[in-house]
Design a protein around this ligand. Structure first.
Ligand SMILES: NC(=O)c1ccc[n+]([C@@H]2O[C@H](COP(=O)([O-])OP(=O)(O)OC[C@H]3O[C@@H](n4cnc5c(N)ncnc54)[C@H](O)[C@@H]3O)[C@@H](O)[C@H]2O)c1
Length: 253
């Protein structure tokens, strides 16, 4: 990624590890100051410290995306520390237990929607308040290949990720003429702690998922980060409300 993000400010949720941290690191290496927002404050601060030790500008913040007040406070703190907000990657997400729909629990459904769908909505709401004032900004939301295709056993997760695509398209149209671009990425299976946990819980099923990737391997967090940074770059200036799917060919069939 040769684009420079010098003097720019990025906000990334769920950024203490996995795809979120790889993206925060990529923003920092491209020159941006980065707010690392996570549900666990110590982990977010430790991730920010790692970037600061490497010579970057970073801030670790507690931000539970399921709690609107927590989101508002984290974005306020980002703007207070760095002066503005140029990019946001709304990455935080959770899996519900894999279960057939007839046996699913309402609490699990509500929690997945609260984090994966309402969390993206809450983040956009407060990011857009700042970007609207500036008249500029780029938001990338995180959906999944499950936003484009049904995954048996993961109905709530699949619904939440389909919903993120709808949120993205509607909001993108609202701000298209106000200097703000909003797009969504739909990663395929990427090797992160979320996948390690699924592998530990359901090894045979996860191996079948990996064998089914047309490319023949999982993606890396860095491959998702580079798609996010491209969407934030001037080179993606004509991309509004679009889906980018770095998925090893999963949804090409
Ligand atoms: N890994 C994959 O194969 C894959 C595929 C498609 C989409 N995704 C999506 O990518 C995103 C990142 O996934 P990952 O694989 O890096 O997972 P991960 O579990 O490694 O990271 C998710 C992060 O979100 C944080 N988080 C959880 N609940 C939160 C909350 N309420 N508020 C703030 N942060 C919270 C976690 O602490 C964690 O740091 C998720 O939205 C996930 O659904 C992942």
């Amino acid at each position: 990624m040769s684009t420079s993000f010098q003097n720019k400010v990025a906000f990334v949720t769920g950024a203490a590890g996995g795809i979120g941290f790889a993206t925060a690191q990529a923003f920092a290496e491209a020159g941006a100051a980065v707010a690392i927002a996570g549900d666990n404050e110590n982990n977010a601060k430790a991730a920010a410290d790692a970037l600061i030790k490497a010579g970057h500008r970073a801030l670790g913040l507690r931000c539970d995306v399921a709690d609107e007040a927590s989101v508002a406070a984290a974005i306020d703190a980002t703007v207070a520390a760095f002066g503005r907000l140029d990019f946001a990657y709304n990455n935080a997400g959770i899996h519900a237990p894999s279960v057939e729909t007839a046996d699913a629990m309402a609490e699990d459904f509500d929690r997945v929607i609260a984090v994966n769908l309402r969390g993206v909505w809450a983040c956009m709401k407060y990011e857009l308040r700042q970007m609207r004032k500036q008249g500029s900004g780029v938001i990338v939301n995180c959906s999944s290949q499950s936003g484009l295709a049904g995954i048996a056993g993961l109905a709530a997760y699949t619904a939440s990720k389909h919903g993120v695509i709808g949120l993205t398209k509607a909001a993108a149209l609202e701000y298209a003429r106000r200097g703000i671009r909003i797009n969504v990425i739909c990663p395929g299976t990427v090797h992160t702690p979320m996948v390690d946990k699924a592998m530990a819980d359901h090894p045979a099923r996860m191996q079948a998922v990996i064998d089914d990737i047309p490319l023949g391997r999982m993606g890396t967090p860095e491959e998702i980060a580079s798609a996010v940074l491209w969407l934030c770059s001037p080179g993606a200036g004509f991309m509004i409300g679009q889906i980018v799917a770095p998925d090893g060919g999963y949804t090409a069939r």
